[in-house]
Design a binder for this molecule. Structure first.
Ligand code: ADP
Ligand code: FBP
Length: 312
């Protein structure tokens, strides 16, 4: 394994997106259109990085027939993958897009139960692989059987190997992962608030929360704010990005596209202001696409100048 970027998805999914005109709670909802896409945070990051012509490999755990569909989709996209098989079945994550509100509602399953043997084997192979990676992206929920401190373990291994890490997770796995000091993180505002058990009303409050994290040694904290855009913070700079208007078709994968753009900017050595533009443009382009379809390089390049940026 010698890919420059390694993305890790311990809880992959087959994302099933259904489109309905309006949602009738407690009634019959007829599906107008549906599609399935390989999903899970690291997998989506790999899909976007492949579009960005970055040398990327997608690693993780998998199970069952749906797992084969996911890995076959990755192969079809030309993304090298390595997935340890475990018992059970890869989850289906249902995404409901309601046309009249232009909102996406997500119903994510817990995932397969992972044996100690499968996890141990994965960590052994990962330890070898990170020696050749320049950036490691870790993202998403942890399936049953995978301890909450697993991202902490994986980040420490990558740190020791000299690879930069990017973490995008939630709850306890996120909290533990942060203790290992990843190079960059991309919480959405809800994940940031849950981490500190506080609510943040203003940009200044978000920057000050992010600075508590850069103070621990995390180089970049990118906080996404849905349709409101994002805030990118380093130890010395903070920038607010406001996206151009779109018709949202599915916001699924928007956060993952931001992570992919962040990785791309790190590899390209772009300054923080450019990173803020690229991450915002990538997330917003993906939010304008159906299902778990992610932005391409040409689409993002066309939109970076349309992002409004100001310093905080
Ligand atoms: N409705 C929207 N309109 C415009 N841009 C959006 C919309 N939803 C998401 N985005 C873009 O995608 C980024 C990530 O979205 P967000 O929902 O915050 O992330 P996550 O998917 O990780 O929860 C935002 O910062 C923004 O740039
Ligand atoms: O592991 P989790 O937290 O359940 O999230 C998995 C889901 O998140 C996604 O990776 C999308 O994430 P983002 O919308 O944050 O980019 C889906 O493809 C997948 O169904």
């Amino acid at each position: 394994m010698s890919s420059k970027v390694l993305t890790i998805t311990l809880n992959p999914a087959l994302d099933k997106t259904v489109t309905i005109e309006e949602f009738v709670s407690g009634g019959l909802n007829r599906i107008k259109a549906w599609r399935t896409d390989a999903g899970g945070k690291g997998i989506n990051v790999a899909k976007a990085l492949k579009h960005f012509v970055v040398d990327v490999a997608s690693w993780g755990l998998t199970a069952g027939h749906q797992g084969k569909i996911v890995t076959e989709q990755l192969t079809g996209l030309g993304i090298p993958g390595f997935f340890i098989e475990t018992e059970g079945e890869t989850r289906t994550n249902l995404k409901v897009y309601v046309e009249c509100t232009q909102e996406t509602t997500e119903l994510n399953e817990a995932g397969f139960t992972v044996s100690r043997k499968a996890l141990h084997e994965f960590i052994e192979r990962y330890t070898d692989a990170v020696r050749n990676a320049s950036i490691v992206v870790l993202g998403g929920s942890l399936p049953p059987g995978v301890p909450d401190d697993t991202y902490n373990t994986l980040i420490e291994i990558a740190n020791r190997a000299g690879a930069r890490t990017v973490l995008d997770a939630d709850g306890e796995p996120f909290r533990h992962g942060i203790e290992a000091v990843p190079y960059a993180i991309k919480p959405n505002i809800h994940e940031l608030e849950a981490l500190f058990n506080e609510t943040f009303q203003t940009d200044a409050e978000i920057v000050s929360a992010a600075r508590r994290l850069t103070g621990k040694g995390i180089a970049y904290v990118s906080v996404s704010l849905g349709a409101e855009g994002s805030i990118l913070v380093s130890e010395t700079e903070a920038v607010r990005a406001k996206p151009f208007p779109i018709v949202p078709l599915s916001t699924v994968g928007a956060g993952d596209s931001m992570v992919a753009a962040l990785v791309y900017c790190l590899l390209e050595g772009k300054p923080l202001v450019e990173m803020a533009r690229w991450t915002s443009a990538a997330g917003t382009v993906t939010a304008s696409k159906p299902g778990t379809e992610v932005c391409t390089l040409a689409e993002v390049e066309e939109k970076v100048s349309k992002v409004t940026i100001w310093p905080l």
